[in-house]
Design a protein around this ligand. Structure first.
Ligand SMILES: N[C@@H](CCC(=O)N[C@@H](CS)C(=O)NCC(=O)O)C(=O)O
Length: 198
């Protein structure tokens, strides 16, 4: 049984933990979620032993602890998927890594103290959305990479679901037509939909 440590649903679950829930569902693994309050993530001495930077997600697999969403995605795809969803490995890892740019922009947006910081963060988020939209424009498979659905799609979708659109100050996805099309395709996957059930 695999355990995924995440924030409680009422505290937002965590987009990074959502990535892992999606892949666990895609691989049809036997897993359980372990909710840890944001306060415990930030202050409990026990939690610091799990993740020294005090973040979710953390995956526990028997005696093995894997931290950081990118490492957890790679771990699951390699150990339990025999490389499934990691077909074009270095491209997939690169696009998982590029998604961190969007995460940082979103964090800056939430922490912005004034309008100028807010505008800078929104523009930065839009820069990363443009990167993704351009990449999808040349896709043949309809997913980020041409071998097909991969951990890159999983990493990005967790941050680009409809609920986040307003937070990113995007009125309509028409601005990013390729993202709009891709998003519908990815959100329609049962494993992805299931990760949003709670
Ligand atoms: N680089 C980390 C980032 C993880 C992260 O930022 N997690 C957020 C939730 S999405 C968190 O743990 N926040 C705890 C807090 O706000 O103290 C990863 O990819 O796993």
């Amino acid at each position: 049984m695999l355990t995924l440590y995440h924030l409680p649903y009422a505290e937002g679950f965590g987009a990074n933990a959502r990535k892992i829930a999606i892949l666990l569902n895609e691989l049809e693994l036997n897993w359980k979620g372990e909710a840890v309050s944001r306060n415990a993530v930030r202050t409990s001495p026990e939690y610091a032993l799990l993740h020294p930077d005090r973040k979710v997600p953390v995956l526990k697999d028997g005696e093995t602890i894997v931290i950081e969403s990118a490492a957890v995605l790679q771990y699951l795809a390699e150990v339990y998927g025999s490389g499934k969803y990691l077909e074009s490995k270095y491209d997939a890892l690169a696009w998982v890594s590029l998604q961190n740019g969007l995460s940082s922009a979103v964090s800056s947006l939430f922490q912005a103290d004034d309008e100028s910081q807010k505008t800078k963060a929104i523009n930065n988020a839009k820069h990363y959305l443009e990167l993704l939209d351009d990449k999808l424009a040349s896709s043949k498979s309809g997913y980020i990479l041409d071998p097909g659905y991969s951990i890159a799609d999983i990493a990005w979708i967790a941050f680009i679901d409809d609920r986040r659109k307003e937070k990113l100050h995007i009125e309509s996805w028409e601005q990013f037509p390729n993202i709009a099309k891709w998003q519908q395709k990815v959100l329609a996957r049962p494993a992805v939909a299931k990760a949003y059930e709670n």
